[in-house]
Ligand binder design. Structure first.
Ligand code: DGP
Length: 110
């Protein structure tokens, strides 16, 4: 067991609003959303960042992000979607585990 905040979410020890999951990934709403529907996709197996995530886990994360980008855009009537990832503190990574942001975009949201 580790104290990683997102691992606690995967284990159900912290609350989350889950959007999607399969055996390899979990997607849940960001606690500080930039826009409605701001979603994080993480591999269930802990890794710190893009440099250390297992290739098969990364493949599942990106395929899930691709799928959810379309689902979120359609269901929220968004005008577009940003996918974003921060790796290491200097690049803006605030929470250690590997995660990809999906941010729906709306008219006049800049
Ligand atoms: P970053 O490391 O800068 O790519 O962003 C981390 C994101 O994680 C930030 O947008 C807020 C989100 N976050 C941090 N703690 C929690 C949490 O406990 N639950 C959820 N749902 N999101 C969190």
């Amino acid at each position: 067991m580790n104290d990683c905040i997102f691992c606690k979410i995967v284990r159900g020890e912290l609350p989350s609003f889950n959007v999607y999951e399969n055996e390899k990934v979990l997607a849940f709403l960001d606690i500080h959303p930039v826009n409605p529907g701001h979603t994080l996709v993480i591999p269930k197996k802990h890794s710190p960042n893009i440099f250390e995530v297992l290739p098969e886990d990364w493949a599942s994360v990106t395929e899930t992000a691709r799928m959810l980008a379309g689902v979120l855009e359609k269901t929220l009537s968004a005008k577009g979607v940003n996918l974003m990832m921060n790796n290491r503190e200097h690049a803006g990574q605030l929470v250690e585990p590997t995660h990809v942001h999906i941010i729906p975009r709306f008219t006049d949201d800049t």
